[in-house]
Design a protein around this ligand. Sequence first.
Ligand code: FRU
Length: 490
Amino acid sequence: AITYYQERYRPQYHFSPERNWMNDPNGLVYAHGLYHLFYQHNPLGDQWGHMSWGHAVSRDLVHWQHWPVALWETDEVMIFSGSAVLDVYNTSGLGTLDNPPLVAIYTGHYKTMEKQAQHLAYSLDRGRSWIPYAGNPVLDIGERDFRDPKVFWHAPEAQWIMVVALAAARKIQIYASKNLKEWTLRSTFGPAGAVEGVWECPDLFPLLVEGEPGSVRWVLKVDVNPGGPTGGSGSQYFIGYFDGSRFTPEEPVAVGQAHARWVDYGADFYAAITWFGAPGEDLYRLWVGWMNNWLYAHAIPTSPWRGQLSLARRVSLRRIGGRLHLVQAPVPSLSTLRQRYWAIENQPIVGEQRLAIQGKTLELIAAFVVGKARVVGLKVRVGEGEETVIGYEVATQRIFVDRKRSGLVAFHPKFATRKEAKLPLEEGKLRLRVFVDWSSVEVFAGEGQVVFTELIFPKPESEGVVMFAEGGEAHLVSLEAWELASGWKA
Ligand code: FRU
């Protein structure tokens, strides 16, 4: 039996390493019925360092099993972020057609030279063990900030495409290859949108627009650190077209924070990449992000691990109010964790009302009519002097998440914050889907076009849920809630 998931703040249904440091998810690949998750990991300590790839697998993106470290740093290079593919046609020659290789494409960070270059490693035993490719590096342009390759198969030209960041230049480069070993530069994108900090962890993928048959757009996701929506690290996206060489945004994007479109308006969603080869890829992609922020990642009060992931999410494209939006929802398999159930319907809300619902691991689905209220919303993890507030300000049409009094906040001066985002109501209604865990809250608002991912560190006893309306009466249309079981498997 394992007991490590009982520690204070230990995520119950979000991924965290058993012990020590983690940052970005890496090498997400679906193969042989398993979702592989690799991640930036220090196997030797709870601060960033000795970067290696930790490894875990899941059949449903909810229950995870830890596997041994897949790629260890060497004397010369640290294993930085990257992706992985199943090379079904054995284009790389690293396996055979009968036993196609899994190939990881990652950044080798050269410790003593000022250099980053792209490397390969491969597995011939379904991901259990990994062999660094003898011909590394496979892509070396002598750059110092050249990292985070994300590779996918582009069927129209039967070749591999890599998006990779020229971090300091705020540029994304697109390379093509027939064999994963030789790469040719095709184009460069950027700077555009948010450029205050370096650009990292790009991803590029096509999606059908929901409800518009035959209509395809490409999403280019680029992270920025610092200069995210709340300061610190953040994640932006561009919607456009990809012709096999070049990404062209649908609407021109000027340089500047004000022109960025944010994947997440909370402080703690970074470095997400999509799963390679997952089922159902036309209408949505699956991704997961690092639930943390470089501002204070080293200081968060958890032990013996430091770092955790967001929920695995479906990402799709939908036209809302005439404009295409990236829309996110947690993976449907999460509902297998649902246990104790509460339902409330059709009630006026005046002031603060404590509900019968309570717990440290909760899913809440709510619909409100704002009525005469100035502010309406929910509070979760409510206890003595503690609350995390999810509210809607009617006059400004802004939704906010306030963690100023969410629990332990003093470990870093930039942690106690309130975040907000514009969200027009749907026929006077506000819809929220909220996931609460031992040290996080994730809010999917409206149709999922506005998301907040936030760490919180409340007392274990803070289990209350409150609904509230300020400045006038609001109306609760419905509220369903479930206590969620732990997703951990020994
Ligand atoms: C993003 C990042 C990547 C890099 C990795 C190093 O969080 O800075 O750009 O590859 O972390 O751990």
